[in-house]
Design a protein around this ligand. Structure first.
Ligand code: IPE
Ligand code: IPE
Ligand code: MG
Length: 246
């Protein structure tokens, strides 16, 4: 039985949690299963964790679904991952609507197949009125690529005379990123024991609290989420200022 989320946690929940869902392949390998089975189980975990985050009062949940570097994988695995994404978008929208979850996708869509792009646009449109939780899926996402695209758009705005170079502040720059209007992540969780960012939210994560868990993503549960939140609550966020405790 799933533990119920303590209501007492809700008021101080972080506004934005980001997750690098890693370890699907190792989970499958340990069971003698194809990697696709790990990805499939991973997608099922997403379903539960989205609802858990909503119940906790988290406003934004960003999930790293496919990195701009994941094209390096065998074409069959890329196809499996894209297929699972399509299945998820097709099958889950009704349930997401029932739960007040809005879907938003970040990343470079230009390389995605037409049917994937159409399903993304459809899921975004059909859930756009929901306010309980915004689930942001990072698909063909890379932090550096996002920054380069922003720089390009800013250069175009300057060339067109819509923006002066001296007007480019951090806030203006951030408004050209895919995450426009989304607060920076407070907490980032990476599963599977790897301790790196793998090109995720490079601009946005400069003051994010990082929690690395050994659990493989297909085994990730509400207990793991609560454990990561518990660690987060014990951190002192200073943003460069002096320590509150002296
Ligand atoms: C994460 O699991 C899923 C994606 C990267 C899409 P992996 O497939 O990276 O699993 P490991 O790291 O090989 O175990
Ligand atoms: C990061 O995991 C990307 C996703 C979880 C989608 P990877 O498994 O691709 O990262 P590396 O290659 O180990 O850094
Ligand atoms: Mg991995």
């Amino acid at each position: 039985m799933q533990p119920t989320v303590p209501v007492a946690l809700a008021p101080s929940a972080p506004a934005h949690v980001a997750i690098i869902m890693d370890g699907n392949g190792r989970w499958a390998k340990a069971r003698g299963l194809p990697r696709a089975a790990g990805h499939q189980r991973g997608a099922e975990v997403v379903r539960d964790i989205v609802i858990a985050c909503r119940d906790l009062g988290i406003s934004y949940l960003t999930l790293y679904a496919f990195s701009s570097e994941n094209w390096k994988r065998p074409v069959t695995e890329v196809d499996d991952l894209m297929g699972l994404l399509c299945l998820y978008l097709e099958k889950e929208v009704a349930e997401l609507n029932r739960n007040g979850v809005r879907v938003r996708v970040i990343g470079d869509r230009s390389r995605l197949a037409g049917n994937v792009r159409a399903l993304i646009a459809d899921a975004e449109a059909r859930t756009s009125g929901n306010r309980a939780l915004t689930m942001i899926l990072a698909v063909n996402y890379g932090g550096r690529s996002e920054i380069v695209h922003a720089a390009r758009a800013i250069a175009e705005a300057v060339r067109a005379g819509r923006l002066a170079p001296a007007e480019i502040t951090e806030d203006i720059f951030a408004s050209y990123l895919d995450t426009v209007d989304v607060p920076d992540p407070d907490l980032l969780i990476r599963t599977s024991g790897e301790r790196r960012m793998s090109n995720f939210l490079s601009w946005q994560s400069v003051y994010t609290e990082l929690v690395f868990l050994d659990t493989l993503w297909p085994d990730f549960s509400r207990e793991n989420l609560l454990a990561a939140l518990d660690e987060y609550y014990h951190r002192e966020r200073r943003y460069g200022a002096s320590s509150f405790s002296g």
